[in-house]
Design a protein around this ligand. Structure first.
Ligand code: NDP
Ligand code: HSE
Length: 435
């Protein structure tokens, strides 16, 4: 890798949409400060886009549709990728890294599938690979996991990493409206995209969970390893059931160490869960993100802020750009992939979880004992029971202690088939409490 003492750091920007436009704006507005911080001027030498004639607030002479030629150009030291998706981003970034060009990317989908290949290319040439913006937008989170906590043992990372779903769940909680009504409102206000699948079905959060787990546990985790459930099945009844017990519903990305039959592994999952309203994540509303990290020596930490949007995401991209530019100026090197621990990802069925189960049951003698017998049969311990009689039936709410998710699923299936159970009103996992 060449030294750049005094010479400008030349940047190829791939993509100039929501995030890319803000990257150009910040680079222009803060040019003098960035030069001082890096030790050399940072100059954009080209911007690759799909539609060069689309109006955008960047110098027209920098635009090109030939992203591959831009990446290959001798006038480029650093490639910043804000196109998104797998291809052509993957091919372009591999070419950049193999040519010894530093890479900054915000592309969670790419990293959650192809980080091994990208890190291998980065290692082979010694070029930096930074991706702070890929998880939780503006929030400094990946650098703390990769660097600040590198001397500690992280046990758990649990967070709200998707703003769209948090906006919808917060809306359902405050208005009592249904999922469909609240999604419609989120789309109307521009919080949810026209096709909200990636967000509401948990794909976006699963990519982010894979990246978080890889960094936290020094293991390779891909999006395919992540157990994923979205929020489309969350009902107004689920939200009401949570509220009645001082809890709130959030879509959580959870990455944790689990020990199964004496062997250590990790559980990586995205699903809706009830958390106590006293938990720090419960007060994260609207489109904000927050991530709660637990480590042996450091204890509990929370990272909070804007998880999306052009300017907040560009802030994280610029932070990475300054880091890789400094490394080039001073012949330094950023952190490499750390996957030495190679912990296996356990299937969801083996993961210890807790359930909140709300039932409508017949109100007569022996009902509770029949229900309790099913829990005992599956070796699931009950933590709390609340029963309220109504005119001709009763509401029964049961919260369990931790058991394997497979045992809890079988318990619910069997209870749903009992003649005394009229309806399984709500079933949801409980997080953020003592087991
Ligand atoms: P946009 O869709 O707004 O922008 C994508 C840009 O890529 C556009 O400028 C588009 O060109 C360009 N592009 C698309 N295909 C090609 C191609 N084949 N060759 C060259 N250029 C191409 O995306 P965002 O800015 O919202 O997101 C960019 C990345 O940042 C994604 O990885 C996303 O996940 C990530 N991210 C985004 C956040 C956000 O809030 N938006 C938050 C955190 C991360 P044209 O303009 O001509 O169509
Ligand atoms: N669609 C994402 C969200 C954007 O709603 O949080 C940031 O990845």
């Amino acid at each position: 890798m060449a030294s750049h003492e005094g010479k400008p750091i030349r940047v190829a920007l791939l993509g100039c949409g929501t995030v890319g436009t803000e990257v150009v704006r910040l680079l222009t507005d803060q040019a003098a400060d960035l030069t001082a911080r890096v030790g050399a001027p940072v100059e954009v030498t080209g911007i690759a886009v799909r539609r060069p004639n689309k109006h955008r607030d960047v110098p027209a002479e920098l635009l090109t549709t030939d992203a591959a030629a831009l990446v290959a150009s001798d006038d480029v030291d650093v490639v910043v990728e804000v196109i998104g998706g797998i291809e052509p981003a993957r091919t372009l970034l591999l070419a950049a890294l193999r040519a010894g060009k530093s890479v900054v990317t915000a592309n969670k989908a790419l990293l959650a599938e192809h980080s091994a290949e990208l890190f291998e290319a980065s290692d082979a040439s010694g070029a930096d690979l930074y991706f702070e913006a890929a998880v939780a937008g503006a929030i400094p989170l990946l650098r703390p996991l990769r660097e600040s906590l590198a001397g500690d043992r992280i046990t758990r990372v649990m967070g709200i990493v998707n703003g769209t779903t948090n906006f919808i769940l917060s809306g359902m909680d405050s208005t009592g409206a249904s999922y469909a009504e609240t999604l419609e409102e989120a789309t109307r206000l521009g919080y949810a995209e026209a096709d909200p699948t990636a967000d509401v079905d948990g794909f976006d959060a699963a990519s982010k969970a894979a990246i978080l787990a890889s960094l936290a546990f020094h293991s390779r985790v891909t999006a395919a390893d992540v157990h994923r459930e979205g929020i489309a099945a969350v009902s107004a009844a689920d939200i009401a059931a949570a509220k009645a017990l001082g809890r709130t519903v959030k879509l959580l990305a959870i990455c944790e160490r689990v020990t199964t039959e004496g062997a250590e592994g990790i559980s990586v999952r995205v699903h809706p869960a009830m958390i106590p309203t006293s938990h720090p994540l419960a007060s994260v509303h609207g489109a904000f993100n927050a991530v709660f990290v637990e480590a042996d020596a450091a204890g509990e930490m929370m990272f909070y802020g804007q998880g999306a949007g052009g300017a907040p995401t560009a802030s994280a991209v610029l932070g990475d750009l300054v880091a890789v530019a400094r490394n080039r100026v001073h012949r330094g090197r950023g952190p490499r992939e750390s996957a030495y621990a190679a912990l296996p990802v356990r299937p969801m069925g083996q993961t210890p979880t807790r359930y909140h189960i709300s039932l409508d049951v017949a109100d007569r003698a022996g009902v509770l004992s029949q229900v309790a017998a099913v829990f005992a049969e599956h070796d699931v311990s009950i933590a709390a029971v609340r029963q309220e009689g109504r005119v001709d039936d009763a509401s029964l709410v049961i919260v369990t202690h931790a058991a394997t998710d497979a045992a809890l699923r079988s318990t619910v299936d069997k209870i749903g088939g009992l003649p005394v159970v009229r309806e399984v009103v709500s079933v949801m996992r409980v997080e953020g409490e003592e087991t």
